[in-house]
Design a protein around this ligand. Sequence first.
Ligand code: MN
Ligand code: MN
Length: 259
Amino acid sequence: MYHHIKKLMYTVQVGTPDPRFGNMLLEQFGGANGELAAAMQYSIQGLNCDDPERKDMLMDIGTEELSHLEIVGTLARMHLKPMKNNRESAEVDPLIAIAGGGGVALHNSMGDAWTADYLKITGELDVDLRSDIAAEARAKIVYERLINFSDDPGTIDALQFLMTREITHMKAFTAALESLGKDRFSIGSIPPTPELVDQYFDDSTGTGDRGEPNARGPWNAGGSWQLVEAPAFSALKSEEKGTRHPTEENGSGRKSARQ
Ligand code: MN
Ligand code: MN
């Protein structure tokens, strides 16, 4: 159950309200990587989690994200408030000024409505935890950009707190994923097809306009990697030579990819 304690998790102070900045802050209120999305993603994942210990973590962090929503909403409201009565401020965002009276609503910084489509919930704990680690990384970088665009010490202070907590959560989710003891590339229960799984399709040729080489690196060379010429390109070349498409020969697009 939820219980409202009538104080913020972190004190919010704003010197001079900045409606433009308040608008940017809405990205963390009703945006794709914002606090509502985080709160809902972890809490709903928690409802689906059959592992009582990790469920406890998901619900704890989901609850903290609700407290973050309260902080960022309070902060955004302080910056947006002048929009209600001040014409110049209202022009920053007519939607917020005219429809919302200078208040926060579940929109992102562009006025797009929050949507449950932002949430990544698969019902598979390790897959969910990977989504959560990525979500925290996105939230962190958005806070960092907001900090860089503010010159109000009180605002920066609150954002620094929120940004730090996202790294804390990232550490917790990473440790929880590692504690499952699963192989990094083991997802679900059906194993991938041997050999095919180690093939890197070289789906480009030549050097790009920005100097992009046909690169080799740990993502396609060394270890068990096998570099395979792009299946489409190899088919094209064999057509030019007047030979038949390998797919036609063996009747299987999948098999042709291995050649
Ligand atoms: Mn948060
Ligand atoms: Mn977080």
